[in-house]
Unconditional design. Structure first.
Length: 209
């Protein structure tokens, strides 16, 4: 996904923002009572570290569809992290001066991830289709070469409507063939009635004598 000239994942702004958020949560939770809040701490730290892991995984994927897949995982881990931050705030586990910073960093990271995911989808697929990649609304300057795509990366193939109707037309052929045995059975029924008419002739002759 990053290409031959792409930047390393630890040089990306979104990864550096993740590191900042992870360090703040780690340092703030070191003094928590683990008997009461140990599980909350573990889930929160697992969620925030999953953000960085999925960003690194996305960089290691060559095709944009695969990379975008892991970026959406990173976004899901970020929203889970925001959930645990809210839980910690309600339990009064964070200092008052840290809460605004946690909200700012997590919200900024979410905005950057959303913009990055859209830029990957539009820029990569637009370049493969020969369209103008400048239609991306968000600036990609912060991501460097990581957002660049080569023209050999193609979007998913779309099935045409005309091709999708072929199986429907073919499925009607057995219906027409299934009517042939019905016509043949009618011929057999008609043939079976002929001997009945012939058997009546001797009876008519006997009555005349």
């Amino acid at each position: 996904m990053s290409g031959k000239q792409g930047r390393a994942f630890w040089e990306l702004d979104i990864y550096r923002r993740y590191e900042e958020l992870s360090e703040m949560l780690w340092n703030a939770s070191e003094s928590w009572d683990l008997r009461r809040y140990g599980r909350l701490r573990d889930q929160m730290l697992d969620a925030v570290d999953s953000i960085g892991g999925n960003i690194a995984e996305a960089v290691g994927r060559w095709y944009p569809k695969e990379g975008t897949h892991f970026l959406t995982y990173a976004r899901g881990s970020l929203t889970e992290t925001q959930h645990w931050i809210r839980v910690g705030i309600r339990r009064k586990l964070f200092s008052d001066d840290l809460i605004p910073r946690l909200r700012e960093v997590s919200t900024t990271l979410l905005r950057q991830l959303n913009a990055f995911i859209r830029s990957q989808r539009l820029a990569c697929w637009g370049a493969a289709a020969g369209q103008n990649a400048a239609s991306v609304q968000e600036s990609e300057a912060a991501y460097g070469d990581f957002a660049a795509c080569s023209t050999d990366r193609r979007p998913p193939r779309r099935r045409s409507v005309a091709n999708s109707q072929k199986p429907i037309a073919n499925s009607q052929k057995p219906i027409a063939k299934s009517q042939e045995p019905v016509a043949n059975t009618q011929k057999r029924i008609a043939s079976s009635q002929k001997p009945i008419a012939k058997s009546q002739k001797p009876i008519a002759g006997g009555a005349h004598g």
